[in-house]
Design a protein around this ligand. Sequence first.
Ligand SMILES: Nc1ncnc2c1ncn2[C@@H]1O[C@H](COP(=O)(O)OP(=O)(O)OP(=O)(O)O)[C@@H](O)[C@H]1O
Ligand SMILES: [Mg+2]
Length: 169
Amino acid sequence: MDKDGQFEVSNFKNALGKYYFRKVGPSSLEFKIATIISKIPHPNIVNFFVINSISLDMEILDTEFQISNEAKALKLITDMKNARNHLLSNGIVYIDWKLDNIGWSEEEQVFKLFDFDVSGIYDIKTSRWINEPEKYFAYNLAVKNNITDPIGIDSFNFNKMVDELLMEF
Ligand SMILES: Nc1ncnc2c1ncn2[C@@H]1O[C@H](COP(=O)(O)OP(=O)(O)OP(=O)(O)O)[C@@H](O)[C@H]1O
Ligand SMILES: [Mg+2]
């Protein structure tokens, strides 16, 4: 459990025989998005086991991974592009793109996205918000750059993450 008592890695297995990571106290929007995602699983998005308004139980990922070469960076970018396309085509705008919110699955040899705390839901037909997320750092950074539409805000932060990652090599 973290200092706020909000996160917990279980020492025991769930009904599926797997250890899990429990995030306690999701916002109502994060709970709603996790519920949608659990119905449309994707190899590059964290797998949710049990979801309710009090806590989200999900697979445990390695969050200490190192991006030691360009090939690994490109793998992360490709995996996240796939996650992003899947989310957008299902009406979910991620926004908070950063390495802190990505984990490595040793079992599946893929990167996976987690933390839908500041993500939103948009209307695929009109590209307008249905559930606009709270405006935190990533959202506000796009707005400061005169980008205000949901997909634009998402692209801005995704591209920023990619640029920062590739700058290392
Ligand atoms: N599935 C997971 N497996 C392993 N660790 C995880 C998992 N989900 C989250 N964590 C760890 O918990 C931290 C916080 O989780 P998360 O990113 O969902 O919340 P947050 O809203 O960003 O909280 P904070 O603002 O405290 O970072 C992550 O940075 C990561 O280290
Ligand atoms: Mg986070």
